[in-house]
Design a protein around this ligand. Structure first.
Ligand SMILES: Cc1cc2nc3c(=O)[nH]c(=O)nc-3n(C[C@H](O)[C@H](O)[C@H](O)COP(=O)(O)OP(=O)(O)OC[C@H]3O[C@@H](n4cnc5c(N)ncnc54)[C@H](O)[C@@H]3O)c2cc1C
Length: 334
């Protein structure tokens, strides 16, 4: 584990640094210790980015190993968690939001302001930075559909820069920018909508999720990418007869087979890894399908080869292209 002493005194004074169990900071409630820095000062980015590190948002798409993480774990603090909503000009309002801001709070704010778009992401647990990196999506839209430009630090750089949306490839569950890109925030240009209708849309999406997903139990959402648009991974795992299978404290959800849950908060990463291995082996043997993980895995050696290829998927689609946007792949229905 990275030792806090490695960081300069000035950095310690400006940014909270603590050894934390990552189980406390991830929705799966699994994961060992790491040195966690909450970044509150832009001037400290060069020192932090010069150290081996990983960025953590809400921890809603992560499985972290029980031994923890050797690198620094960096989180965007208050400075990067601000929201500004500007008045409508020429039919659009400029919304500026920091990468550390909670996506649900952003949706509440745009709905209340009568601005349309982000409500289509209701029910996705995320920070804005994590949603940009993952291009988080639902059956109706993706995060990058609503973004006009993104403030990033490219891997190997320390200086923030703005990238226009047209220069971001935006694939299925990935922005298409290189791994290691830091997402500091974004701007959106949103058209007015009826607040009551926007609120109803958000409520409907959240209800649909609650009816079909085990939202009251710790998980990291859908574990596997759909192997093809016509083959939802959850349906496949259900057909393989694996729903409800339990290893240690981890269980394939009886509600939605593409969720692995941690019902008593006792599961270890190794339990989840054993279930993932069982699902992948069965899918391979019985259907010749190579299931790849959508959940990102940090330091779980048993799952080293289970991840998705992180190339953006740019298949043409029926998903309606927004003005000025490249055509996107069709979002998977969760
Ligand atoms: C119950 C449940 C339901 C879900 N439903 C959906 C859904 O409908 N659609 C969907 O797309 N996803 C869904 N997910 C997965 C998850 O919500 C998304 O992947 C979300 O985008 C993760 O955001 P986060 O802030 O938690 O990122 P994290 O899980 O913390 O991190 C994910 C990745 O983003 C990186 N990252 C985070 N912040 C930054 C930053 N500022 N700069 C650079 N990199 C960063 C991390 O290093 C990591 O690589 C669900 C998860 C759960 C638990």
């Amino acid at each position: 584990m990275a030792t806090p002493e490695r960081l300069s005194q000035g950095l310690h004074a400006r940014n909270p640094v603590a050894i934390r169990q990552l189980a406390e900071l991830t929705t799966f409630r699994i994961g060992g210790p790491a040195t966690v820095v909450t970044v509150e000062d832009r001037s400290d980015l060069p020192e932090l980015l010069g150290q081996p590190h990983r960025w953590l948002g809400r921890g809603a798409n992560l499985l972290v190993g029980d031994a923890g993480i050797p690198e620094l774990v960096l989180r965007l603090g208050e400075l990067f968690s601000r929201l500004e909503i500007h008045p409508v000009v020429d039919g659009k309002a400029l919304v500026c939001v920091g990468g550390g801001y909670d996506l649900a709070k952003l949706i509440n704010a745009t709905v209340a302001a009568g601005l349309a778009g982000p409500e289509g992401l209701a029910g996705v647990p995320a920070t804005v930075g994590g949603a940009l990196r993952m291009n988080a999506g639902t059956s109706t839209c993706w995060m990058l559909d609503w973004v006009s430009r993104v403030e990033v630090v490219r891997p190997g750089n320390t200086v923030p820069e703005w990238i226009e949306r047209r220069d971001i490839p935006a694939g299925y569950r990935h922005s298409g920018l290189p791994d290691g890109t830091l997402y500091l925030g974004c701007e959106m240009l949103l058209a007015p909508g009826d607040p009551a209708a926007l609120k109803a849309t958000a409520a409907r999406l959240k209800q649909a999720k609650a009816a079909t997903q085990p939202l009251t139990l710790p998980s990291a959402g859908c574990v596997f990418r759909n192997p093809a648009p016509s083959i939802p991974a959850g349906k496949l795992i259900d057909e393989l007869g694996l729903k409800g299978l339990r290893i240690g404290g981890a269980e394939i959800s009886p509600v939605h087979a593409n969720f692995i849950v941690n019902p008593e908060r006792t599961a270890q990463a190794a339990d989840v890894a054993a279930l993932v291995h069982r699902i992948r082996t069965t899918a391979q043997q019985e259907r010749s399908i190579d299931l790849r993980m959508e959940v990102e895995v940090w330091n779980v050696p048993e799952l080293a080869d289970a991840g998705a290829a992180l190339l953006p998927d740019l298949r043409p689609t029926a998903h309606p292209a927004k003005p000025g946007f490249s055509v996107l792949a069709s979002p998977a229905t969760l």
